[in-house]
Write a protein that binds this ligand. Structure first.
Ligand SMILES: O=P(O)(O)OC[C@H]1O[C@](O)(COP(=O)(O)O)[C@@H](O)[C@@H]1O
Ligand SMILES: [Mg+2]
Ligand SMILES: [Mg+2]
Length: 335
């Protein structure tokens, strides 16, 4: 595909490469694109319309919801429930499965999404995004339940994220590499601007929330300590650090210039396996990172092979440039 291709055309071309394709998948992706364009518009309006600040409610994670968490969740559900491509949905902001109202036809796909990623950055005008993962609904299941969603990340049909930053971009994979599209606000279309995004195997840039350092396990302490020691230390090279606190922005940076992003297990709340959610953050981002030549691990196993136990379960996340991720995993094995 040459740069300048419209996303709609790109999706249609992809569909043509799938034997007996019905157009269901293409239709679903177009619905998601429409929802993200709507959220992009709202995010961009910010203080001009009453969408900043807290909603005064809590989600299933026990986190305070921002108005935009609730609004973007509503936009996703309302844009997708009637179109006939989905059997059911699941969202970071909704405890149970979101079923398709009876008046609408059902489709063969399951959608999981984080409607607004990087919520702590909304009010301070830093990039946020939407993350999504598409699975097939098991055959013969008219009314999917949570267990039908509990498929390992290797079963994803498609994963993507939209980042609402200086430009609005959509990053997608259907298992044939990773492509980035920029929203042309003038014509309201996503245009292919970043074909075949790939992550360099090596990097000199790490991203982790350093304020949690005292709670990390020894292998993570060792890895970060060695990065900080730089040229004078065992790594013999200097490292730079970044932390945006929006996973979409961290992953987009890594897709653009490499790097390693870590949100490891920490002892702040030992009962919690991690901060980030497997089904609508770690799995879609891991599919994208691996398709771009990177790696993604819990420190013990490939994230995409984790057997899910619940739609809101959390996992430790270490992803990015392959050689660095493998080094962190090796430090855990040695420990
Ligand atoms: O506030 P912290 O500990 O730096 O965590 C930041 C992380 O939390 C998140 O904001 C969690 O996602 P949500 O905003 O969707 O809840 C990630 O995007 C980000 O990487
Ligand atoms: Mg998130
Ligand atoms: Mg979120």
């Amino acid at each position: 595909m040459h740069s300048g291709t419209f996303l709609t055309q790109f999706i249609l071309e992809e569909q043509r490469s799938i034997p007996n394709a019905t157009g269901d998948f293409t239709g679903l992706l177009n619905d998601i694109v429409t929802a993200c364009k709507t959220i992009s518009h709202l995010v961009n309006r910010g203080g001009l319309i009453d969408i900043l600040g807290t909603a005064g409610t809590e989600n299933v994670q026990g986190e305070g919801q921002k108005k935009l968490d609730v609004i973007s969740n509503e936009v996703m559900v309302k844009s997708l429930e009637w179109t006939g491509h989905l059997a059911a949905m699941a969202s970071e902001e909704v405890e149970g499965i979101i079923s398709i109202p009876n008046q609408y036809p059902k489709g063969k796909y399951l959608l999981l999404f984080d409607p607004l990623d990087g919520s702590s950055n909304i009010d301070v005008n830093i990039s946020v995004g939407t993350i999504f993962s598409i699975l097939r609904c098991p055959d013969g299941v008219p009314e999917p339940t949570e267990k039908d969603f509990l498929q390992p990340g290797t079963q994803q049909v498609c994963a993507g994220f939209c980042i609402y930053g200086p430009t609005t971009m959509m990053v997608l994979t259907t298992g044939h590499g990773v492509n980035g599209f920029t929203l042309d606000q003038d014509i309201g279309e996503f245009i292919l601007t970043h074909p075949n995004m790939t992550i360099p195997k090596d990097t000199g840039e790490f991203a982790i929330n350093m304020s949690n350092q005292r709670f990390w396990e020894a292998p993570v302490q060792r890895y970060i300590e060695e990065c900080i020691q730089g040229k004078e230390g065992p790594r013999g090279k200097n490292f730079n650090m970044r932390w945006v606190a929006s996973m979409v922005a961290e992953v987009y940076r890594i897709l653009t210039r490499g790097g390693i992003f870590m949100y490891p297990w920490d002892s702040r709340d030992p009962s919690k396996p991690g901060r980030l959610r497997l089904m609508y953050e770690a799995n879609p981002m891991s599919f994208i990172v691996e398709q771009a030549g990177g790696a993604s691990s819990t420190s013990q196993q490939r994230i995409l092979e984790v057997e899910p136990e619940g739609i809101h379960q959390r996992v430790p996340v270490i992803l990015g440039s392959k050689n660095e991720v493998e080094r962190v995993v090796a430090y855990h094995k040695e420990a």
